[in-house]
Structures are given as C-alpha cells and as structure tokens.
Ligand binder design. Structure first.
Ligand code: 0A1
Ligand code: ZN
Length: 850
C-alpha cells in the first residue's frame, strides 16, 4: 500500500469546476499495446467557480505532446493528472497520449476483450483514456474519429462519415465523460427499427461476436418494449437516430448506459432457450430496460457529483422495477424485489459497510455501487410515490424532466420538484437519503368498545459514523381482516413520522387481524409478535398478495428458528399451509413457487439468532434446512408428482412470464421429489429437457443429492464452447456442494482449463458461488475464509474493482463465534498486508475491520 493511503473526499467539500468544456474532438488510432488518443478540447473559465487552477485528470497515460492554442507546452504531470498555466479567455487544449488496452485487465478505461476494443468509463475511467476534467458536472458535445481496420467502429451519438479504416461519430447531446464509449471489433449486428411517438425513426442494433448473433432477438424485443413503455408511462422519447448495444464477455458490472451506445456484460444480452434460463431472460429484460431508461434518468439529467449517484440509479432501478411489474406479475416482482433487498441491502445496512443512500464521503467511488444506493435508492422513490400519490408523482416527474433537462443535478433538486408540486415539506423525508440503517418498527395493538388501536414505534440502530438516529417518514400500508377472513378495512396508508404513534379504527364488531406493511410499502423491518395461527390465517386469507407471501415466509422462518433453537420437528400447521398453497390451482404458479420454494435464507437465520443473543452455527443451520426440505418433501409427496406433471408446458419454449412461472413451480416440485426418489425424475428431466431452465434445474437437483456425475460430464461436453453456460456449470457445482466438500470443489474448479480469473463472470461463478454456499464458506477451521482471501489477493492486482466487491462476503464476521471471527479477521488482515493491495480493496477491508 502507498504510504499515506488514498484520502477520502467529502460531499461537503464540493466546488464547481474551474473550467467548462464546450466541445471535445477525439481521434483514436487503435492498436492493442499502443493506442494513440489525440484530443482537442475547447475550454472556458467557469464564471461560477472561485478557483482558476487548471487541472486535468489522467492516469496510466503516456503524454506525447500538449498544446494550448496551437503552442507546445510542458505541463506538470503527476500520477493523477496534470496542471499548467492557461489563458484567461477561452482556449483550445490539444494533446496526444498513448495507452495500452491489451494489458488493461482492470476493465476500466479502454480495454480489449476477445480481440475487440471497448470502454468502461463510469465512474472515473475516462481519465485512463485521455487528460480531461473527468467529473460528471463537466458536460460537453463530443465528436469522435476511430481509425482501425476492424469492421465495426462505434461511438456515441449519430454516425457521420466513414470509409476504409475509419469512422466518425457526433453526439449532439452534451454529456459528462463517464458516458463516453467506443467499441471496435469484428461484430455482427442484429437490427431492427423503432418509430417514436413523434414519428422519429430510430435504427436499433445489438452487436455480438460471430456465433452469438443468434442470441440477440430477445434483448432486441425487450429494447423495443422498453422504448414504448417509457413513452407511455413517463412520456420520454428517444433522442438520437440510432441506438446501439454491444455484448462484451469481460465486464465488471451488468451493463453501462453510455449515450446511444450501451455496453453490456454478455450475460445480460445473449439468450436462447437452450442456453439461458427463465431467470436469465427476466434479468436481460430488466437490464435492457434499466440501461435504456438511463437515457433520461442519468444521461439527459445526470449527477452533479458521485455523491448523487442514487439520483440516477435509485430512480432508474425504480423505473425498471415498474417495467418488469407491468411486463410480468406485479405481485411476484414485488416479492422478488423485497427478497433481494433483505438479502443484500438489509445485510449491508446492518454491518460495517452501512452507508446512507447518499454517502457523505468515499475513498473509491467504485465501492459505492451498492445495494443501498441502487435498491434502497429505488425503495425511497417508491415511498415518495406512495406518500404523494400517483398523480402528484407523475406531475413531479414531468417537472423534473423539464426543469433539469441538460443539468447535472442533486438530491436537493429532486426533492424540490416534489415540494413544488405538492407544497409538502420534504425536510424529514430527506433523512432517507442521509441516514443509514434499516428502521425497525414494533407493532402492538388493542381492541376496546369497537375501536381498534394500532401502536407503531420506530427505531434505527447506530451505523458507522452515525450514532444517533432521528425518526423517519414511513408509509405503512395496512389492511384489517375480520376473523372470518373478510376484509373490514381495505388498504390504508398510515404515515409514521414520530418515534411512536397510535392509529385508531372505529366501528368494528370484533378484534380484527392486521395485515401490516402491505406491498412492502417501506424498506423497514417489522417486529410483530404474531402467533402461528394468525400467520397461517393471513397466508390463507390476506387480500394483499405480498403479505400473503410474507405470512408464509414468516411462518417458515419461525419454523426454522424453532427447529434450530429447540431441536423440534417442523410445525404441521406450516406443512399443511404449504400443501394448501401448492394445491390451489387458482393461484398463479409463479406466486405458488415463491411461497413454497422461497425458504428463508441461511444467512437470515444466522442474523436472527445473532440478534437474539445466540451464536449462529452455520453447519447447524444448514442441517436444519436439509431436514426441513426432506420433511416438506414427505408431507407433500402425494401432490408433488401431480403438480410436477401439471406444470410441464407443452409446445416450444416461450420465455413469457406464465410459462416461466409454471416451470418454476415444476422445478420446485422436482427438487422436492428428488429428495425422495434418488434423482429418478431429475435424471429423466435432464435427458429430455429442451431448454436450459429445465436442464440446469435437473442437473442441480442431481448434484444436490450427491449424484449427477454423468450429467455433469455430459453438460460439460455439450456446452464447453458456450461461455455463459459454462459459468452455470462452474457455479452449480460450487452451489450444490456439501459444506465439507465446497472448498475442495472450488480448488479443483480453479485448476480447470476453462477457469480464467481475468473474466469477472467466471471468477464470480466460482468464488462468488462459494461465499453463497454459507456453511461451506463458514467452515469452522477457517479454510473457506483462507481460500477466498487467497483468491482475492491474486485477483486484486488484475482487477481491483471485482476483488473489492467480493470482499463483502466477510461483512457479517461480527455475528460468529470467537474462533470464526479470529479466522475472518486474520484473512482480512492478510489481504490488507498484501504489498500490491489496491486502493479499492484497501478501503473495503479498512471499513470491514472498523
Ligand atoms: N451505471 C451502470 C452500472 C455501472 C457502474 C459502474 C461500472 O463500472 C465501475 C459499470 C457499470 C448501471 O447502473 O447500469
Ligand atoms: Zn443504472
């Protein structure tokens, strides 16, 4: 590590840029190890800035020459950038730098992937391409010339001129440097066309490597549906002549919304029935929509600085969640989003990495592309919408788009549009952006003389750097049911703003059963002592689908907790409840699959035990789940074969939600049957499957039972040339390994010729799946921690961003026994002592150990 270490930067220290940019001309002379980038930038002094110091970011660049207004200069160059004297009036900066894309394994800036050139500039990658004020509040019009013999040469905006060995692009929309993109390669387009509501024709292309062009149709269809949806729901039209998407195999994140040229991790574009699962199809649809929606929420209106990241990400996630809800089932989408939020964001909010939706400081911004900024950021928008109502939300968004088009905006700007259209003071609501931690709401109730009183109290525990928390504005949607199951008070929004508040409902004949936090109306934890009978009642009768699922989930959690702490058999009332849901053909199969198949996570049980003052034993938790699943399989054995048969979808594969829902319930039935039939049904499904959803589910069920050796080998033979399918092959073996075999499985797979740590998807398929195998990762002898630490130390110098992200596997170390804690701390300290440690990883480990 470098001596002083990188220093944090603070939101409160924001100052406007000293110089603004009118336009940028870039020429790229592409060559794997010696790409030349020639820039011509028109600067003028920013009248709003106090400082006149001219500073350009630049990292890992070889400066060949620089000129101001045509006169050669010799700037002061450091590792981070350069300074020089500049004229008082507008001037032209020109420079030529040399970069080495072929050796750029960090996948930030301009890099190569399978012989193609591509870029990733968010957040601060543009400074690895040329010298520039690489900050989002410097927006400019770009003209780009690419010189290369490769057949496809792409950049942002509209194409202008091209010829043998070159192409030029012009993007008329001023944009920050993080939205710059360039792609050059031997790529095949899959093309279509879209006409906007106002009649503008847009050419659409998805570019992929030869052989992959057959897997772009679904993404292209999802793109057209996204474009239509944004017009219909938000009144937002596309604004260029062309929209290009490129699939790249080596990519740190999911995808990137570069203006007019989205670059995607191929895992979120390429799909065919044979190679992609239903879950893949759904996430492709969601990520295509997400990146497309950024064209307005992110690109036309961008962020003033990186502290405002949630301004574009929270809103865009919220929009893509709405879109998926509209394309598929709203109820199931809400359940899936709540499950993911609890698994990743609640966990983050509860540990050493907790930070507000709008952080106040960071060392490395790449470490803040988190579940809190994205998913909690989206929940905050959902709460705003609930609080102001759909109409005012729509009005506020219209005002946001007209008032801030072309701006680099802030959360204050965002909240101001809501204040302006509703007249409501948003001061207290703003705490959702500034206060970290998950509020916990405790519910108590009473009934007297026909009046039902619901008392809600809220509390948020201290988080790093924030010992004292203030009450937040929490929309709590509730409904009341009579004991016979009829709804006596339909969904009503309560606004909890104080530490404690009571709400009364009059004129009731008997004490109702409350259904609290319907549709998961706020990202909070509810403490509500409900007995098993009440939960079973809500599972059977709640009219709110989310809470119906929630009741089943709470029951399952209660059952598992009792099995772990009191060593008892699963409650028959719970098993009967599952059977009733499974059998209920009036319920959407996808919804049934969520209730029956969506068990609490081992990690949640560990956290609950910890909060009860017990020390979680990951192996005991694992065994409990194994026992419970066998018990469920036994209890349901009379109905699973029928459900399994009924869920087989005839005809050719369709990725649509209803067929996918059936397969999902069918595969849950299959996994239950496999617990009892030695894998007979799974082997048959494997042999006859014509789609990846069923093939992979069958392989997984077989491996889970300790069998499947032949199918594992067969799967490899069939798919070894398909990278994305091979990722599944790697991941399923690690995910299904028994805890005591997980580390050995990882070790042998990392020696496999197809394991390549430079490919983030492959690395995550093995090491990411390993930290997901909770009991295997947490083996008491520390072997799991050491194995992950070894690999993160190896990966860090190659790809610091991906290494840093994967350190989060250690974020719950404080809940375990002294022995495991010591092993985890030792593993983290070993990573920290690595002389080659990156700033990214150093920041993460320091926060984890704090
Ligand atoms: N803005 C993109 C995500 C993204 C963020 C960072 C990246 O590299 C550090 C890459 C992509 C999105 O939200 O989709
Ligand atoms: Zn995004």
């Amino acid at each position: 590590m470098k001596d002083a270490g990188p220093q944090p930067i603070y939101l409160k220290d924001y100052t406007p840029p000293a110089y603004l940019v009118d336009d940028v001309h870039l020429t790229f002379q592409l060559s794997p190890n010696t790409t030349r980038v020639i820039s011509r930038v028109r600067f003028c002094k920013n009248p709003d800035a106090a400082s006149a110091e001219f500073f350009l970011h630049g990292e890992d660049l070889r400066l060949m020459w620089a000129k101001i207004d045509g006169v050669s200069i010799a700037p002061d160059v450091t590792e981070k950038g350069l300074t020089c004297d500049v004229p008082a009036n507008a001037f032209t900066w020109e420079a030529e730098v040399e970069i080495d894309p072929a050796n750029n394994t960090a996948l930030e800036g301009l890099y190569m992937s399978n012989g193609m050139y591509c870029t990733q500039c968010e957040a601060e990658g543009f400074r690895k391409i040329t010298y520039f004020p690489d900050r989002p509040d410097v927006m400019a019009v770009y003209t780009v010339r690419i010189e290369s013999d490769l057949p496809v040469l792409l950049s942002n905006g509209n194409p202008t001129v091209s010829g043998a060995g070159f192409a030029e692009w012009h993007d008329p929309w001023p944009k920050p440097s993080y939205l710059f993109a360039l792609v050059a390669g031997d790529l095949i387009p899959t093309s279509d066309q879209f006409t906007t509501a106002s009649g503008k024709d847009v050419a659409l292309n998805i570019y992929a490597r030869k052989g992959d062009e057959t897997k772009c149709a679904y993404a292209l269809d999802a793109l057209k549906r996204s474009m239509t949806w944004d017009e219909n729901v938000y009144g937002r039209e596309y604004d260029l002549d062309i929209f290009n998407i490129v699939a790249v195999d080596d990519f740190n994140a999911g995808a990137m919304e570069n203006k007019g040229l989205n670059i995607f991790n191929s895992a979120y574009v390429l799909a065919s029935p044979e190679t992609a699962t239903d879950a893949n199809f759904e996430s492709i649809e969601a990520v295509i929509a997400h990146e497309y929606f950024h064209n307005w929420t992110g690109n036309r209106i961008t962020c003033r600085d990186w502290f405002q990241l949630c301004l574009k990400e929270g809103l865009t996630v919220f929009r893509d969640q709405q879109f998926t809800g509209d394309m598929r089932s709203k109820a199931v989408k809400r359940i899936d989003d709540a499950v993911a939020l609890r698994a990743y964001q609640f966990r983050e909010d509860n540990g050493p990495l907790a930070h507000p939706v709008r952080p106040e400081s960071f060392v490395e911004i790449n470490n803040f592309y988190t579940a809190t900024v994205y998913e909690k950021g989206a929940e905050v928008i959902g709460m705003l919408k609930r609080l102001v109502g759909d109409e005012k939300y729509a009005e506020a968004l219209d005002l946001y788009f007209t008032r801030h088009d072309g701006d680099a905006a802030t959360i204050e700007d965002w909240l101001a549009v809501f204040e302006d259209v509703t007249g409501r003071d948003m001061t207290q609501f703003k705490r959702w952006y500034t206060q970290a931690g998950t509020p916990r709401i405790t519910v108590t109730d009473s009934f007297e003389n026909g009046t039902y009183t619901l008392k809600l109290t809220q509390e948020t525990r201290p988080t790093p750097g924030q010992p004292d928390k203030k009450p937040q504005v929490i929309p709590v949607a509730i409904g009341l049911l009579a004991p016979d199951g009829t709804e006596v008070v339909p969904t009503t929004m309560l606004e909890l703003t104080e530490d404690a508040q009571s709400f009364t409902f009059e004129g009731l004949t008997e004490k109702p059963v409350p259904s609290i936090l319907r549709d998961f109306s706020a990202p909070v934890i509810i403490n509500h002592d409900q007995d098993t009978k009440t939960r079973a009642f809500l599972l059977a009768h709640d009219t709110d689908p989310f809470n119906r699922w929630e009741a089943g989930h709470a029951l399952a959690t209660e059952v598992v907790m009792r099995m772990v702490t009191d060593d008892v058999a699963p409650d028959p009332a719970f098993l009967d409840g599952l059977a009733a849901v499974m059998r209920d053909d009036n319920l959407d199969p996808a919804f049934r699959a969520r209730i029956v198949g969506e068990m609490p996570r081992q990690d949640d049980i560990a956290q609950r035990l910890f909060e009860q003052g017990r020390t979680p034993d990951p192996m005991a938790i694992y065994r409990t789940f194994e026992t419970l699943k066998v018990q469920i399989a036994l209890h349901l054995q009379d109905i699973t074969p029928r459900i399994y048969a009924a869920m087989q979808v005839p005809g050719s594969y369709s990725p649509a939600a209803d067929a996918a829902g059936k397969r999902s319930l069918g595969n849950i039935a299959l996994s239950l049957m496999s617990r009892l039939d030695g894998g007979k049904q799974a082997a048959q499904q494997y042999a006859t499957a014509d789609n990846m959803t069923q093939q992979l589910a069958a392989l997984s069920a077989l491996l889970k039972q300790g069998g499947g050796a032949d199918q594992r080998a067969d799967f490899f033979q069939q798919w070894r040339h398909e990278k994305l399918v091979m990722d599944k092959w790697f991941a399923v073996q690690v995910g299904t390994a028994a805890p005591e075999d997980a580390a050995a499985t990882v070790k042998s797979l990392t020696k496999h010729p197809l394991f390549d740590m430079r490919n983030p998807n492959r690395f995550r398929a093995v090491l990411g799946a390993f930290s997901g195998n909770a009991a295997g990762f947490h083996m008491a002898d520390g072997s799991g921690y050491n194995l992950l630490a070894d690999w993160l130390i190896k990966l860090d110098p190659v790809n610091p961003q991906t290494a840093a992200r994967m350190t989060t596997a250690f974020d719950s170390w404080k809940r375990y026994d002294a022995n495991r804690q010591a092993h985890m701390v030792a593993a983290l300290q070993r990573i920290l002592k690595n002389p080659e440690i990156s700033g990214d990883v150093a920041e993460m480990i320091t926060r984890l150990l704090d």
